[in-house]
Design a protein around this ligand. Structure first.
Ligand code: F6P
Length: 533
């Protein structure tokens, strides 16, 4: 079977074995295998890519019509073909644009909703909208997946900009989650946002009911302290939430791409509408870059091409996302949904089997914590894990600049160590210095060898501000888009989450004892029997 990757695979095979370190024999390598946008630097020189591979990858982006698909997306064509929908989350941050969907400019409504969200956020923050016990002190966002991960990740990321009420997030249907979040909150001064695109998601609706019951014990009218963010106005009305506190959006915004609009209300309440606008400005800035920069300098395109190289060509099945920025600690979880729900598909757009692997497994934790946990495997395990480091030039705590320096030095040390490793001779010399000799020296030395030649990229940015965060998130969104186009899959549906939901519904009456488990497989029957106690 022919694939678009044959020339790249042949080139990769022909150039092995070689070391990334040796590629730095070219004095201009760091600059040639890096790209900048504004003050952001993407360095992919510590990978196995050479000029030929990069040229082939750039050709691939051209022949797979990334430019055409990009134009189609921004123009509002229905590129989400399996759901018959346009993909226009970019419209939420390019507020001056005209965006036609089915012959109608959707932007007046986008602007009007944003302005309603901003008015509401200002009212809450200024104490003009109050709870039944006074000014709102706490906001609880109830949502899951795209209605949780984006705002939760961003709210943590922008902690230095918080000057509104405390914002909490509940997602899991595990009652422990909502119990622990509501514990200690005052129902009379808490605002609950039910965030659900469909307003049918069982986890969210169950948690919303629990929050309503909790509030009903302390206030006369719990619904008055509820707001909703959804595309389903009929359902929010049926739930009893006043239309004045319902913020809608359209089905052309996918759940995992929705934090730029009303789903970002919780973030807006925490940082204020002005900083939220800065976040949008950062996203819009990255959109402009993505649409206009030549592919060879285009950050989203380059991130995607490096990803294709590592996953489809080199066969590395996973990618570690390692932010050396504690406030980005939810970024890996956010990217797991963004990337794996978008590009984890085995069927191509035309319905055929994908003749190569889908997108990679994405995982990670912030540095330096990960260093004291799973980096062992990254350095000395038998599988290669491409690493994606993120690091800011400057932190937000000038009095702790010495700690930031330590953080940065650790980040750079890791990518250097991954690339250069430590040879057996170097390990022997170390052991000899410790006074070991003979067979014991040899044995101990072998445990201290680092194979090296392990690829990594580094995204460096000035400081984690609302604008920079907007740039980073839009960068990753477009990277997912480009990878999806190259793989020929629909990045905007998520049929793979449906089967489990259906089976969970069918299991409920069995677990309640209202139906027999006899139709189930032996393992499920055994587990049902055990868990029913
Ligand atoms: O189950 C997956 C999913 O549909 C995600 O795509 C989505 O972000 C999440 O559930 C939540 O959906 P909703 O916002 O409709 O509650």
């Amino acid at each position: 079977m022919t694939t678009p990757f044959q020339a790249l695979s042949a080139h990769h095979a022909a150039t092995q074995p070689r070391t990334i370190a040796a590629l730095f024999g070219d004095a201009g390598r760091a600059e040639a295998f890096s790209a900048r946008h504004g003050e952001m630097l993407f360095d992919f020189s510590k990978t196995d890519l050479d000029a030929t591979a990069l040229a082939l990858l750039l050709d691939l982006a051209t022949t797979r019509d990334v430019a055409g698909r990009r134009a189609a997306m921004f123009a509002g064509e229905k590129i989400n073909e399996t759901e018959g929908r346009a993909v226009l989350h970019t419209a939420l941050r390019n507020l001056d644009a005209t965006v036609m969907v089915e012959g109608r400019d959707v932007m007046p409504e986008v602007r009007a909703t944003l302005s309603r969200c901003a008015d509401f956020a200002r009212d809450v923050r200024a104490g003009r909208f109050i709870g039944q016990g006074g000014a709102i002190t706490d906001v609880v966002n109830i949502g899951i997946g795209g209605s949780d991960l984006g705002p939760a990740m961003a709210t943590l990321a922008l902690a230095p900009f918080h000057d509104g009420p405390r914002v909490h997030f509940v997602s899991n249907v595990d009652g422990a989650h909502i119990h622990d979040v509501l514990h200690g909150l005052n129902p009379q001064t808490t605002l609950v946002i039910v965030a659900s695109k469909t307003f049918t998601t069982i986890e969210t609706m169950t948690n919303a009911d629990t929050a309503k019951a909790w509030m009903a014990k302390a206030v006369a009218n719990p619904a008055a302290q509820f707001a909703a963010v959804s595309t389903a106005a009929d359902k929010t009305a049926a739930y009893g939430i006043d239309a004045a506190r319902v913020f809608g959006f359209e089905d052309w915004v996918g759940g995992r791409y929705s934090m730029w609009g009303p789903i970002g209300l919780s973030l807006m309440l925490a940082v204020g509408p002005e900083d939220f606008q800065e976040f949008l400005n950062g996203g819009s800035d990255m959109d402009r870059h993505f649409r206009t920069a030549p592919f060879a300098q285009n950050l989203p395109v380059l991130l995607a091409l490096v990803g294709i190289w590592h996953n489809q060509i080199c066969g590395h099945a996973t990618r570690a996302v390692l932010p050396y920025d504690q406030r980005l600690s939810r970024l890996p979880a956010y990217l797991q949904q963004l990337e794996m729900e978008s590009n984890g598909k085995g069927v191509s757009m035309d319905g055929g089997d994908l003749p190569y692997h889908s997108g990679p497994v994405v995982w990670g934790e912030p540095g330096t914590n990960g260093q004291h946990a799973f980096y062992q495997l990254i350095h000395q395990g038998t599988r290669v894990v491409p690493c994606e480091f993120l690091v800011a030039r400057q932190g937000h705590e000038p009095e702790l600049a010495h700690q930031h320096l330590l953080l940065v030095s650790n980040c750079l040390a890791q990518s250097e160590a991954l690339m250069r490793g430590r040879s057996l001779d170097e390990a022997r010399a170390l052991m000899a210095k410790k006074g070991l000799t003979g067979a014991e020296l040899e044995r101990q030395a072998r445990h201290r060898v680092f194979p090296g030649n392990r690829p990594s990229t580094t995204l460096a940015y000035p400081q984690l501000t609302p604008f920079t965060l907007g740039q980073i998130i839009a960068l990753y969104e477009h990277r997912v888009f480009v990878e999806g186009v190259i793989l020929g899959i629909n990045s905007y549906d998520q049929w793979g989450v449906e089967l489990g939901k259906e089976l969970a519904l069918a299991l409920q009456p069995i677990l309640e004892g209202r139906q027999p488990a006899s139709g189930k497989d032996g393992s499920t029957q055994q587990l049902v029997a055990y868990l029913r106690g």
